[in-house]
Design a protein around this ligand. Sequence first.
Ligand SMILES: Cc1cc2nc3c(=O)[nH]c(=O)nc-3n(C[C@H](O)[C@H](O)[C@H](O)COP(=O)(O)O)c2cc1C
Length: 145
Amino acid sequence: MARALIVYATRTGESQKIAELIAEGLRFSANEVTIKDVNEIKKESDLAGYDIYAFGSPTYHGEMMTRMKSFLFIAEKADLKGKKGGSFGSFGWSGEAAERIFDTMKNIYEMDMVDSPLMLKGISVDGGVKVAQDYGKKLSARITA
Ligand SMILES: Cc1cc2nc3c(=O)[nH]c(=O)nc-3n(C[C@H](O)[C@H](O)[C@H](O)COP(=O)(O)O)c2cc1C
């Protein structure tokens, strides 16, 4: 059984809902999942001991939330090289946050990333529930691949 950590930022709750659905997809394959609000992560050791990581933030004014930016500097020190990773975020029309997080996980932390970030306008739009659950399953498949 693999251990997964999902860390999210949110303002109105949509990205938290996406985090919870990704967790469902991961649990489907019997992974042990921990979900944390980004404010709960204080130091790099809070990220130790997991095999799969998914980080997410909504996009506001073309950017990820400030607290997610601060978190990414903590994660830089956590030695995530080679770990499985994905990113996600709710958005309205441009969705830069999930892409920026994905690129940071891939290029700075050198993680083994799924093929693309998960960008959803909301879980009730465009089959969002299933799409988010499937993203969790895809992350899980990366362990067994
Ligand atoms: C003031 C404001 C600015 C926004 N800026 C963007 C933006 O630049 N690009 C985008 O795709 N969505 C933008 N949005 C839409 C949010 O990303 C969207 O409402 C999202 O679902 C919020 O997610 P959350 O519930 O996790 O906070 C903006 C929303 C507000 C209220």
